[in-house]
Write a protein that binds this ligand. Sequence first.
Ligand code: XIL
Length: 357
Amino acid sequence: MKWRALIFLLAIPAFCLGFGDGVREHSLREAAQASGILIGTAVRPAQLSEAAYASTLAREFNMLEPEDVLKWEVVHPERESFDFSQGDQIVDFATRHGMKVRGHTLVWHQQNPKWLTEGKYTSSELAQILEKHIKTVVGHYRGKIFAWDVVNEAFDELRPGKLRSTLWLNQPGIGLAASGSSYIERCFRWAHEADPQALLVYNEAGAEVVNPKSDAIYAMVRDFRQRGVPIDGVGFQMHIENLRADVASISANIKRFTALGVQVHITEMDVALPVDPNGNPRPEDLQQQADIYREVANACLSHPGCTAIQTWGFTDKYSWIGSHSKHTQGAALLFDRSYAAKPAYAALRDVLTTGRR
Ligand code: XIL
């Protein structure tokens, strides 16, 4: 009896140190606690009823973001009606599990309903529609959504440094096309009126490194800050293709933006891999993918103003990369299709455990 008790007592510290069989390692959200960084993921409400999806989400993340259901086509299906049912479902999940919610997105050129894009509105009608949309959606989630991607992808892909031609800028636009980023400024001011506490973010693709697009965003944000336009953050999407990430340039970019006094969020990270027709990646690519997650997370943590790392989904079972790449790419996330953690997961957790240096 005595021996048994002794063995039991000796086993306790070994178990706590992680030597015991079946010991659970820290989750990402536990690892993130020390550095206070937010670790998030995009979420689709239809999947919340799947037990493995819901339990992984709640266990691993302290932040989430509706992937599609706060976009105009879902939340504002008719000119006079809003539908918050799916957004509310996600926000309720977050509340029940002590998670923060990012809102995505109030102004974009994609996923807009036909009544809007084909409505042939005048600029002043469009301005009224946009103001009402921003104030209604932000107002509905006031105090529940802590940060908003107010404007998404407003800079052009092909004309470096130029604003993209969109419904909002000049087709017909809200009447401010001749004055550069003024339409973006208006949107930030409307969002701020609707929720003065919310962190207001400008979100962009392909601007994570120092390049002409990020230079233009930098100039805009600096101007906004100097003139007191309520902008609090910049989101870098971080959709990485071809296993290529210039981490030195990503880090330099985060540094210059945070020096303006805005926070940086990594908002949509995934690292797409080539996959075979069954959706399987090459085993050797998984390690390179892990290295990219590690290095990007390290770059974020090395700047105190980089306050959130979010992935665009968390299981390869549900990721936009498949349809986006006509199923030639995939396996871009932290968990495989059976919710098993991939090398990228361990790499990211290591960085979060080490924390800020
Ligand atoms: C994507 C979603 O993941 C897909 O489900 C949807 O069909 C298309 O949009 N940049 C963004 C995101 O800001 O909103 C996009 O999300 C991916 C690219």
